[in-house]
Write a protein that binds this ligand. Structure first.
Ligand code: OSB
Ligand code: MG
Length: 371
């Protein structure tokens, strides 16, 4: 039986983050992105989210490249090929190189639709094994040390299971040492978003004193060789984010010992099916994984939650509650975190209902494709 997808909708949304988010590459507050919708012959609606940003500072993709690739290539491939199962989409998209976030946005809607048609949760459809997941939080670079310490203590009191801070050259060792002195027992980690090179090795070695859970993507966005050299000379585990786009990349990084931990993002790796392959590989090789975030709405957040119920997601991820990001989310109920824990929803598919009025209000453009 083929999967009767009748329509695909691309909705372009504009939303404003409650607080600006600053990384080693700059500050974001306005978010523009796509919500994808796949509709079947009985009117079931599956939803996905494209996580590319307006500018290509994280990886090479942008909102505009997502638009081009989805419209001019990926949707055509979906029109021309039979889909028996959402896992087929990965193969159907293989003629298009990279453009992972564009692929994941469409594949995600199809996974949600599949689970809804079967009347099971997305977590069940993926083989998830837990009913709740641990939530961590990623704090952007703050205007001052005082602001940072206040934010951390607020989130520690809320129960978040680990705190991630963004670092960059000039805002690293001294800042983290100060944080550590105020929070001696809190699990903390640092994310550099590729801001360093091997020339900074002495500065990075100093972080070993601070008992960080890990340092995320210290070196170039496309590197796994220098990261192996760095990992061989520091005790702090390296976690790769930007460098891993596929199970093949993960395999090579594991072989080279470029990292001990992987941050899996559905968008960065081209979809849930690829994320599951990485999960399996890490399970075989005893590599810890966790699910990263891209400042998503509740739709992307719900996908992250479902993925995080797979057994090798042993560390808290970056999926925090909606109210930290949005005045109003586009799902009902919003994603909430209680004492550092997210309860996995038990409704079919992504498990959160779409707030159609909110979705409508944030939509600046919509295109419909007949399948
Ligand atoms: O590197 O993990 C990252 C946000 C945007 C782009 C890249 C990253 C991040 C985060 C925040 O760290 C994750 C989140 O809160 O959604
Ligand atoms: Mg990161």
């Amino acid at each position: 039986m083929t999967f009767p997808i009748m329509q695909i909708k691309l909705k372009r949304l504009k939303m404003t983050l409650k607080n600006p988010f600053t990384t080693s590459f700059g500050t974001m507050q306005e978010k523009e992105f796509f919500i994808t919708e796949a509709i079947d012959d009985s009117g079931n609606r599956g939803f996905g989210e494209s996580v590319a940003f307006p500018a290509p500072w994280y990886t090479e993709e942008t909102v505009e490249t997502n638009n081009h690739i989805m419209k001019d290539f990926l949707i055509k491939l979906l029109q021309e090929n039979d889909i028996r199962h959402p896992e087929d989409v990965r193969k159907i998209f293989q003629p298009v190189k990279r453009n992972s976030m564009a692929k994941a946005a469409l594949e995600g809607a199809i996974w949600d639709l599949y689970a809804k048609r079967k009347n099971i949760t997305l977590s069940e459809a993926l083989g998830g094994t837990t009913a709740q997941i641990d939530a961590g939080i990623s704090i952007g670079i703050q205007p001052s040390m005082n602001d940072l310490l206040q934010k951390i203590s607020h989130h520690v009191n809320q129960g978040y299971k680990r705190i991630k801070m963004k670092i960059k050259p000039g805002w690293d060792y001294e800042m983290l040492r100060e944080v550590r002195s105020h929070f001696p027992d809190t699990p903390i980690m640092a994310d550099a978003n590729s801001a360093y090179t091997l020339e900074d090795i002495d500065q990075l070695k100093k972080l070993d004193e601070l008992d960080l859970m890990m340092i995320e993507q210290p070196l170039a966005h496309d590197d796994i060789v220098d990261h192996a050299k760095l990992q061989a000379s520091i005790r702090t585990p390296i976690c790769l984010d930007e460098s891993i786009h596929s199970a093949e990349d993960a395999q090579k990084a594991i072989e080279l010992e470029s990292c001990r931990i992987i941050n899996v993002k559905i968008g960065r790796v081209g979809g849930i099916t690829e994320a599951k392959l990485i999960h399996g590989l890490c399970r075989e090789n005893n590599i810890d994984i966790w699910c990263g975030g891209m400042l998503e709405t509740g739709v992307g957040r719900a996908h992250n939650i479902a993925l995080s119920t797979l057994p090798q997601f042993t560390l808290p991820g970056d999926t925090a509650g909606s109210p930290l990001y949005w005045k109003k989310d586009i799902v009902k109920p919003e994603v909430t975190v209680n004492n550092g824990i997210i309860t996995v929803p038990d409704k079919p598919g992504i498990g959160y209902e779409i707030d159609d009025a909110a979705l409508e209000a944030f939509t600046v453009n919509e295109e419909v494709f007949e399948m």
